[in-house]
Design a protein around this ligand. Structure first.
Ligand SMILES: O=C(O)C(=O)Cc1ccccc1
Length: 283
């Protein structure tokens, strides 16, 4: 049976994404995103699912940086999941909000609820955990006057009470999850796909006037639509960046080699991080 790893433990959003996209397979929780990616690379598991980008907080830098700088694994599919953040407390907590001394959660979940925390829990200490599921586990184990931010699955898995529903600051909150695998055939998602994308990694030769404009024009005159462009530090010094570009179409044997050749003539380096179907999930 195909083994699927995810950012765990129980009750994470990544587990929700895995449960909606896959059925029946052997599902294994990992404590961190790098551990999950390493397990695919070491072939302990066939598939790894990790968070990539959130509609409110943006890119999950740990995932992108680990994939770019440490372990290059292809993105085989993208799963988009609606995200609802709830304030979870131990079942015997009946106090008021002001009695909650600590709020635990993943940095992305905290960021999605900044305004709520600022307004309603200004005195609470923020504790960052490796995932929202981990935060729910902490609350269930200590049972003190502390809260976690997480989903309904976490509330059910750890026997917590939902003190306040939907505390994320903006509606229409979604997260994109990357499905990583060495063998495309191992990934079988039984849903209708909603389009296809190709993610490219582009490094510029040096900083000169109009460099990025020249890069973008290679896509523009071919009428290739980009859905995202983001710069990230090369980690070699201030001012050195690479670009991650999402193109709204699958890799093909004409347009993409054309872009690559044109950009290489400018001195750029172009790598395909993945070409993959997108699945929009409803929970
Ligand atoms: O911590 C989790 O539950 C995750 O899966 C990462 C995450 C955190 C916040 C929103 C979406 C995904």
């Amino acid at each position: 049976m195909v083994k699927i790893g995810y950012l765990g433990p129980r009750g994470t959003f990544t587990k929700l994404a895995v449960d909606t996209a896959f059925n029946g397979e052997d599902k294994l929780a990992f404590n961190t995103i790098p551990e999950c990616i390493d397990a695919v690379n070491n072939e302990e598991i066939e598939i790894g699912v990790v968070p990539l980008e959130n509609a409110i907080e943006g890119t999950v830098q740990l995932t992108v940086d680990y994939l770019v700088h440490q372990v290059r694994l292809p993105i085989i599919a993208e799963i988009v999941v609606p995200i609802e953040q709830h304030l979870l407390v131990s079942p015997d907590f009946n106090g008021s909000l002001s009695e909650l001394a600590e709020v635990h959660s993943h940095s992305h979940a905290i960021a999605q609820c900044h305004q709520y925390l600022h307004k309603h829990l200004p005195e609470a200490a923020i504790n960052f955990t490796s995932s929202t599921g981990k935060a729910a586990e902490v609350v269930s184990k200590t049972g003190k006057k502390i809260a976690a931010i997480g989903n309904k699955l976490a509330a059910a898995e750890y026997g917590l009470k939902i003190y306040q529903e939907n505390i994320h600051d903006y509606p229409n909150n979604h997260t994109r999850f990357a499905v990583l695998a060495k063998q495309r055939e191992d990934v079988r998602i039984k849903h209708e796909q909603d389009g296809e994308k190709t993610t490219l990694l582009i490094t510029l030769p040096s900083d000169y006037a109009g460099a990025l404009h020249q890069v973008l024009s290679a896509f523009s005159w071919r009428k290739m639509n980009l859905s995202k462009i983001e710069s990230r530090p090369m980690k070699t010094g201030l001012g050195n960046y690479f670009f991650i570009v999402d193109v709204n179409q699958p890799y093909d044997a004409v347009l993409f080699p054309g872009v690559k050749a044109e950009l290489e003539a400018l001195g750029c380096n172009v790598t395909v991080l993945g070409t993959y179907p997108v699945y929009q999930m409803k929970l």
